[in-house]
Design a protein around this ligand. Structure first.
Ligand code: BYC
Length: 312
């Protein structure tokens, strides 16, 4: 007789999606809650660096596009929190973990947005890296997560184009504008490579997550794919990627690139990046200031329920 674990793995191997009420190993459930909630938190915190430029976008068209993008990120956070709830996670608890600094979110959002060109670089590189990772998540083994990712990816590809178009405009503008674009690329390149997570040798979760088809590709595979695509995009912008070791390798058919500063990565993940404290402070402030909205919404919902009960 096959064990429950064996039946579960056979379903995964046969590409059958796991749904909320199906049996699953406790570790599979916990890994998913960890990854999905970190992802949701990243979307929510990810609004902050860009929100910084909403009031200073250079014209109305740019402002409307940026507003739409930032709102999309809030929506992504909500789909993902809902997906985590289907696994038994409590949204209030997830929020508390983010606000207290216990939960992780993507390292990338702890860097500052110093100029308008940073909004271009984030769209091009950060959303570009996010799509690279999220396209494979559309085929992840857990049904609700996979379905949430389909819509998220469609929106992310608009974000990526929005950013690349800002970079294209700046790179073809005055020398000062081109310099701004280059400076943004210099500052965002390495943190974008770090977004994919530690190298496969150091990654604690990848092997099991690949076996369960939560992850379809490893951190290093996705990072390499991102480098290969971005080099050509930078060439088209006539901007230089800040890596003297970047070189086409005929044997591997990929670009070789220089070493990543993992000390910096872990320092940011542990809370010591340039903006970690500011991000948590801003999220806590937004949460506190939104208390009355949540209370009003709950009171309205309760009133509607009471009305329905009376009518029934
Ligand atoms: N930052 O074993 P590993 C977006 C942690 S895009 C912080 O490889 P895993 C957006 C990792 O959590 C960004 N921490 O882990 C874009 C683990 O710690 P724990 C979000 C990181 O899960 C534009 C430890 O390091 N995207 O939202 O197999 C605008 C060991 O790593 C990072 C997603 O979340 C990092 N960069 O692989 C707005 C996509 N990398 O939990 C918003 C979904 C690793 O064991 N997530 N760590 O204590 C994933 O695909 C995977 O979770 C990762 C990491 C590839 C990120």
């Amino acid at each position: 007789m096959r064990t429950q674990e064996e039946i579960f793995q056979a379903k995964i191997d046969a590409e059958i999606k796991i749904e909320p009420k199906d049996w699953m190993p406790e570790k599979y459930r916990k890994t998913l809650i960890r990854q999905i909630s970190q992802h949701a938190h990243s979307e929510i915190v990810g609004m902050l660096p860009e929100g910084n430029w909403l009031t200073r976008a250079p014209n109305l068209r740019r402002k409307v596009a940026l507003l739409a993008k930032v709102q999309d990120e809030a929506g992504h956070g909500l789909y993902l929190y809902s997906a985590a709830e289907t696994l038994g996670a409590e949204r209030d608890q997830l929020t508390r973990d983010l606000l207290s600094g216990k939960a992780k979110y993507s390292s990338i959002f702890n860097y500052p947005t110093l100029t308008w060109a940073d909004i271009g670089a984030i769209g091009w590189l950060v959303d570009g890296a996010a799509i690279m990772n999220q396209v494979m998540l559309c085929r992840t083994s857990y049904g609700p997560y996979a379905r949430a990712m389909v819509r998220i990816c469609k929106e992310e590809s608009f974000h990526q184009r929005q950013g690349y178009e800002i970079m294209l405009t700046l790179a073809n503008g005055t020398p000062e504008q081109k310099e701004m674009a280059q400076d943004a690329l210099n500052r965002w390149w390495w943190p974008s490579l770090m977004m994919f997570g530690p190298s496969d040798k150091e990654s604690t979760n990848t092997a099991q997550s690949v076996k369960w088809k939560i992850k379809r590709k490893t951190n290093d595979e996705l990072r390499q794919q991102f480098v290969d695509i971005s080099v050509e995009q930078a060439e088209f912008l006539d901007l230089k990627i800040p890596d003297p070791q970047l070189k086409w390798n005929k044997k591997t058919n990929h670009y070789d690139f220089g070493p990543i500063d993992w000390d910096e990565f872990w320092s940011v993940v542990k809370g010591n990046g340039p903006c970690n404290k500011q991000r948590l402070k801003d999220r806590n402030k937004a949460y506190d200031e939104g208390t009355w909205v949540r209370e009003a919404a709950m009171a309205y919902a309760e009133k509607q329920d009471a009305k329905k009960e009376k009518a029934a």
